[in-house]
Design a protein. Structure first.
Length: 218
């Protein structure tokens, strides 16, 4: 669904908009990404330590491919990985606990839930459709501070993620940084990066969000 931005996060009367990261925030993408890397390795004959790769989820694909391929080959390998991805990565990938409920909690409060991710946008949409998660908008190909542009465009007051890059994106957008230590970054690292809130996982988000909205309206 395409939405027209109506306001900015600085506007106190702005409608509630909450952004979410995808990998290791809404979905546990480790099984699918591991399978996709193993398929790319088999096809190219290039060793890729897929077990190690899935400990570094968050940054753009090109950064991981740089561990395994010469710089000149990375664009072609990225294109091939993305093309292979739907066949290997969608079915094995589950939702994180509380993911659907977190999106629905925003919408139940009359707000908009948007996904802002570094992932190839068509593949991000395939994951969400497969899992029956229905945000109001999906914006791909954005990492760390680059996420701030989309968050500001949609007037997001809150951004939920699992990585220090998500914290940086939220802070650059002037949004509240809510984090979950369900990805590669533990709670102390998220707090050191400037996260405003660390929840144990997304199952805790609806209660936090209800309190956030209540205090926002006071």
């Amino acid at each position: 669904m395409t939405l027209s931005p109506e306001t900015t996060a600085e506007t106190t009367a702005a409608p509630l908009t909450v952004g979410f990261d995808l990998d290791m925030t809404l979905i546990d993408s480790r099984p699918g990404i591991k399978a996709a890397y193993e398929a790319l390795s088999a096809e190219t004959g290039t060793f890729i330590d897929a077990e190690q790769a899935i400990t570094r989820l968050g940054p753009p694909l090109d950064e991981e491919l740089a561990y395994w391929f010469p710089e000149a080959e990375i664009p072609a390998m990225a294109d091939r990985y993305r093309a292979m991805y739907p066949a290997y990565a969608i079915d094995p990938t589950p939702a994180m606990p509380g993911a659907r409920e977190a999106i629905e909690a925003v919408q139940a409060l009359g707000g908009r839930a948007i996904v802002v991710t570094a992932k190839h946008e068509p593949n991000a949409r395939l994951h969400l459709k497969h899992l029956g998660i229905e945000p109001d908008a999906v914006i791909g190909w954005l990492w760390a501070e680059a996420k701030a542009g989309a968050l500001r465009e949609y007037g997001a007051q809150v951004y939920v993620g699992d990585h220090v890059g998500d914290v940086r994106g939220a802070r650059a957008a002037g949004a509240v940084s809510v984090t979950v230590p369900t990805g590669p970054c533990p709670e102390p690292e998220l707090l050191a990066a400037g996260a405003d809130v660390v929840l144990p996982d997304l199952t805790a988000l609806p209660a936090w969000l209800a309190e956030y909205v209540r205090t926002r309206e006071v």
